[in-house]
Design a protein around this ligand. Structure first.
Ligand SMILES: [Zn+2]
Length: 258
């Protein structure tokens, strides 16, 4: 399985920077997890191939690229983009984004060949098929109802938290997997933002360390995502100081073969 978190900002030389504002994780250039920067940062190959988008939740940094992607793809789609989301997420998208005021209601529009968006609803905890992948939704602990995902291609599996504070079921699922090749977790704020991280349901390096104690027997790397760009250097150095076994800061744009 090929796993990649797309970059969402550029550096002084115009190249992808390590500052991650938005989340889109790509599996096999074919299935996107969240659409934070999907339209803006995906490659031509990914633009041609991605027809399934899994949503962890509806916060803007996870969906900002969805309306733009639909707009970009509108004329060339042979079939709808399938957005896999819970009923609640669909209602929020239709009410707050695709409401003609923020952006067109694509669910009411058609190109020459038919619909351009199809909502495929799942419930928290469901296991379902998306393209060549088996996906399990794992409810996590965030400000809005949010899900993590366990994604398997039959040979290997990757688990991704999305945004979460302290949670249990996610780690329970990780412990039960024999073919887990990577755990992708968030650590949004530095340790000194203990209160803010609690109020906004995010993790800090110390909280992530405590979370990983729920999965002590892990044999795969732990990749950190969703570090708030403003605090990136502090979070990275605090994580380094903790020397957590197998922990790496994900490199945006890099393709991980797992
Ligand atoms: Zn969020």
């Amino acid at each position: 399985m090929r796993f990649q978190v797309l970059p969402s900002s550029i550096d002084e030389d115009g190249r992808a920077s390590a500052r991650q504002h938005l989340l889109t994780a790509m599996i096999d250039d074919r299935v996107a997890i969240d659409a934070g920067c999907l339209a803006m940062s995906c490659t031509e190959v990914q633009r041609d191939n991605v027809r399934d988008i899994l949503l962890t939740h509806t916060h803007l940094d996870h969906i900002a690229g969805l309306p733009i992607f639909l707009d970009d793809m509108f004329a060339r789609l042979d079939g709808p983009i399938r957005v896999h989301a819970t009923r609640e997420m669909v209602e929020i998208l239709e009410r707050d984004i695709f409401n003609w005021s923020v952006y067109p209601r694509f669910s009411e529009l058609r190109n020459e060949r038919g619909a351009v968006i199809e909502y495929v609803e799942f419930e928290h905890g469901d296991t379902f098929q998306v393209a060549h992948l088996t996906v399990k939704s794992i409810p996590v602990n965030h400000k809005v109802l949010a899900t993590g995902f366990l994604i398997s291609d039959g040979t290997s599996s990757v688990a991704i938290t999305g945004d979460t504070a302290e949670t249990d079921e996610f780690w329970q699922v990780c412990r039960s997997m024999d073919d887990l090749k990577g755990v992708v977790v968030e650590a949004a704020f530095p340790n000194e933002f203990d209160e803010l991280s609690a109020v906004s349901n995010h993790l800090t390096p110390l909280k992530l360390q405590a979370e990983l104690e729920k999965f002590p027997e892990r044999k795969c790397p732990v990749y950190v995502i969703n570090i708030k760009p403003m605090y990136r250097e502090t979070v990275v150095s605090q994580l380094e100081e903790l020397s957590i076994a197998g922990l790496e800061i994900i490199e945006l744009g890099r393709v991980y073969e797992v």
